[in-house]
Every structure is written in C-alpha cells, then in structure tokens.
Design a protein. Structure first.
Length: 127
C-alpha cells in the first residue's frame, strides 16, 4: 500500500492507466474517521494490476447506491473535482449537454466531502 496524496493531488494522479474509468468498485464502506463521517471506496483498476482506495473525510453528502456485493459495479463515466474547499465524486454523472461539464443535480452516486486521501495497492513485481 502506498499513499498517493490528498484532494487535487489524487485527481491529477488518476490518469492514464490509473484512471477510474472502466474500474470496478470492489468495496464500499461508510464509517467514521476521527469522529467525522467518512466513506471509503476500493476500485479495481482496469488497465493495470493495481487497486486504489479513496477515503472521503467529513462527508457532507453521500448518495452512493451502487450494489458492490456482486463485484459488478463498473465505472463507465465519472466526475471527480476539487472545488474550493470541497471534493466531489459522481460515479454515475449526468451526461446531458447541460450536466456534462460540471456538477449537476442529476448526478448520481455522489460523495461530497471536505477532503479525500488515496492509496494504491500494486502487486509486487518481485513475487
């Protein structure tokens, strides 16, 4: 497990082979971190032998409803923004012309929090 950063650092890190596009949500957990509501989501990335875990801290909104029990929640599209002092993730975004480029009230599976931290789990090349 390797720490990959906070907020905008993570968003900028998750590009190329490390993109969340076509990833599968492996695990979803609502919990508390230091007494504040938190959400952790584990993604199995599609283009590399790595998993990424994002932990959203001080969660304001959580409408994530994806059923991850069967391991078939695939990310076909997403929005992942750092806006002011908040972090916004939608795993089922509004892709209409009006909602495509920004936050939309029609986005689904949304997590809005004050911060996010990320970790990558890569297979050891020496194994």
């Amino acid at each position: 497990m390797k720490f990959i950063g906070h907020n905008s650092d993570i968003i900028n890190y998750l590009v190329g082979d490390l993109t969340l596009l076509n990833a599968i949500v492996k695990q979803y957990k609502v919990h508390e971190v230091e007494g504040s509501p938190a959400v952790s989501i584990m993604f199995e990335l599609a283009y590399t032998e790595a998993d990424v875990m994002l932990t959203f801290r001080n969660v304001f909104t959580n409408t994530f409803t994806g059923n991850v029990a069967d391991g078939q929640y695939q990310i076909d599209s997403c929005k992942f923004y750092h806006i002011g002092s908040k972090v916004y993730l939608s795993l089922d975004p509004d892709e209409s012309e009006e909602g495509y480029d920004g936050i939309s009230e029609h986005d689904n599976d949304v997590v809005l929090s004050s911060s996010v931290e990320g970790y990558i789990f890569e297979e050891d090349a020496n194994e």
